[in-house]
Structure formats: structure tokens, C-alpha cells
Design a protein around this ligand. Structure first.
Ligand code: ZN
Length: 351
């Protein structure tokens, strides 16, 4: 057998940057498939800080070298043993988190909370392109468990396909919340998670969705929120809403935004927390929330049903405003610069 090589973008050293390299094309084992990667996202909370080698990521040093890339889409290129239902040639989006398929949560469709498969991520779960023994999609090919595949509907581009796992978080937020048709919704943080929540709320029948951002969002992200259906955009400096909403989705991970949420959710309403805080503990006015019977729902990842709903709704929503610009993998430096400069919502590279 010939040892075919592929181009990868690898991080080998504990310093800023990544390097193009050649590695053997991997072979799928039992239960796995090989994906020819067509599009891979740069996550401002994962690949971006790894690339810049930000201090909070230095604990990863013993894991280098690593090929990152956990948001991606592509074509099934080779199928390992014991993989029914996939033949090769199918266009797919991919759930990046591993799950065992047999723990209680997996069996109940909550594979996002699998209790069996542990990994390096802060939430303790293993993910493609993050854990040491699972090279990611900043490469021409990547190996993934067949159970993590979702067929990409016709009419959804590979670049848009990258956004589906993010959109599924927004769908999860709405599905898991007390949201009902006609409810008024506010969202803090117009990044990919917040915009996904906005899209999901609109599709689910919100009467109003208010997107709240900061000064750096005024130029691009708040106007993008308008394009994606926000009925109002505002700067967080304007303070709490005068007309509190039924469901407040906090997608920024900033303490100040949670404070606005506490003051802007109606009695009996709900705060949905998607944003990840950098500090482990965050002050919450629990007594204030208790007095008004405001509940807090936390969201982590996507469940099986969220993927199904996301694939359905993605066919009727134009996702192009939230995807791109796109760069060739070899032009990765431009891609990471664009991500650092907040030039788009979801910057993608095309291997
Ligand atoms: Zn499990």
C-alpha cells in the first residue's frame, strides 16, 4: 500500500503560530470514517487563542504537536469496518464531541452530556481536534466516528455546513428553555452562539428578538444581527431593558451581561446561559431572581434532536451573512488575522 500524504496545519511549538506540514493520510478503523475536509472554522474561543498561544492555553503544551480544527464539513472519503449506512461520497456536517452511545445520557439523546468519554476540554469531554489522540480538521483529511456524522442537505454549502454545529447550540437553547411562540427574547453577545440563538428564536416564532452588543460589535456584528432578523439592536451601555423580556439568552460570557439579564427578564421568565465565563465562579443575584421566580437554564453543546431540527431549519434560512470570509488552508495566516480582527462571524479555511 502506498503511503499517501496530506497537507495539514499543525501546531508543534509552544509559541504563536502554526505550520504547514505533510502527514500520512489516516486510515479509518472500526466504526470510523475518513472525511475529505472541505471547510473548517476558526473558533475565536479555541483555534484562535491556540494559534496566538494565549496564556490560558499554555497548559496544553505537553499535548503538542497537535492538528486543531473541530468545526468542519466535508465528504465521506473512506469507510472503516462495521460502519453501516455510509458508503462514501456523502456530504456531511460533523458533531465534534465524542460520545459512548451507551451511557444513560447518550441513550436518552443527550450525547452532549456523555458521562463515559472524557477528554481535555474544560468541560471534560473529548472532542475531535482538541484532544491529543484525535487530530482535527485543519488538514485535507480527518478521521471521525461514524456516529458523529450528519448528512448535509442539498443547497447548504460546505462553508455554511461549518456553522451548523453552532446553530445547533442556538436551537438547543430555545428548545431547552421555557420559550413559547410569540415570546419576546433578548440576546447578549452577537457572536456565532448569540446569532444562532437569534436565528433559532425567530424560526421558533419569537415576536421580538433584541440583540445587545458592545462598541466593538457596532460596525459588523450588530448589523449582521439585523440581517438575521433582530427586531432591535442596542449597545450594552444603554443599560437594562425598560420592557423586560420572557427569555433572556446570555451568549457573551461576560459578568456585566449577566447583570443586564437579571434586570431585563420579566418575573417568571428565564435566563438561558450559553456564554462560557473565564472565571469558574460568577456572582448571581439568586435572591433577586428567587423573588421574581426567574429561572436559569444552562446550555452545553448539542443533543441529537437539536441536530435534527438544525438541519431542517438551515434549509429555509440564508446563513451566508454569518459565514466567511473563506481562505485557502495555505493562506491560514490571513484567516487567523481575519479572526483576530473580527472580520466575519465564522471565518473558514478550505483545505
Ligand atoms: Zn455516553
Amino acid at each position: 500500500m502506498s503511503d499517501k500524504k496530506m497537507a495539514v496545519l499543525e501546531k508543534s511549538n509552544a509559541e504563536p503560530g502554526m505550520e504547514l506540514a505533510e502527514r500520512p493520510v489516516p486510515k479509518p478503523r472500526e466504526g470510523e470514517v475518513r472525511i475529505a475536509v472541505r471547510s473548517v472554522g476558526i473558533d475565536g474561543g479555541v483555534e484562535g487563542p491556540f494559534y496566538r498561544w494565549e496564556k490560558s492555553f499554555h497548559r496544553y503544551e505537553p499535548h503538542l504537536p497537535q492538528i486543531f480544527g473541530h468545526e468542519f464539513s466535508g465528504v465521506v472519503d473512506a469507510v472503516g469496518p462495521d460502519v453501516p449506512n455510509w458508503e462514501g461520497g456523502e456530504r456531511v456536517a460533523v458533531e465534534p464531541r465524542f460520545s459512548c452511545g451507551h451511557c444513560q445520557n447518550c441513550r436518552e439523546g443527550r450525547q452532549n452530556l456523555c458521562t463515559e468519554v472524557s477528554g481535555f476540554s474544560p468541560h471534560g469531554r473529548k472532542a475531535i481536534g482538541i484532544d491529543k489522540d484525535t487530530p482535527g480538521a485543519l488538514a485535507e483529511y480527518v478521521i471521525v466516528p461514524a456516529r458523529n456524522l450528519y448528512r448535509l442537505p442539498d443547497g447548504i454549502s460546505f462553508d455554511e455546513g461549518v456553522f451548523l454545529e453552532l446553530l445547533a447550540i442556538g436551537v438547543h437553547a430555545i428548545e431547552a428553555s421555557t420559550f413559547g411562540v410569540g415570546d419576546r427574547v433578548a440576546v447578549t453577545g452577537p457572536g456565532s452562539a448569540g446569532l444562532s440563538a437569534l436565528i433559532a428564536a425567530n424560526e421558533a416564532g419569537a415576536s421580538e428578538v433584541i440583540m445587545i452588543g458592545t462598541d466593538v460589535d457596532e460596525e459588523m456584528r450588530l448589523p449582521t444581527a439585523e440581517k438575521m432578523g433582530a427586531t432591535e439592536t442596542r449597545n450594552v451601555s444603554a443599560g437594562p431593558l425598560t420592557n423586560p423580556v420572557d427569555v433572556f439568552i446570555e451568549a457573551s460570557g461576560h459578568e456585566s451581561a449577566l447583570k443586564i439579564a437579571e434586570q431585563s427578564t420579566r418575573p417568571g421568565g428565564e435566563i438561558v446561559q450559553i456564554g462560557v465565563y473565564h472565571d469558574d465562579r460568577v456572582p448571581v443575584d439568586l435572591t433577586g431572581l428567587l423573588n421574581e421566580e426567574v429561572s436559569i437554564q444552562t446550555i452545553n453543546g448539542r443533543r441529537e434532536a437539536d441536530w435534527r431540527r438544525t438541519l431542517a431549519l438551515a434549509q429555509s434560512v440564508d446563513l451566508t451573512p454569518v459565514v466567511g470570509p473563506a481562505f485557502e488552508l495555505t493562506d491560514y495566516e490571513s484567516g487567523f488575522t481575519a479572526e483576530a480582527d473580527r472580520e466575519g462571524i465564522k471565518i473558514v479555511l478550505n483545505p
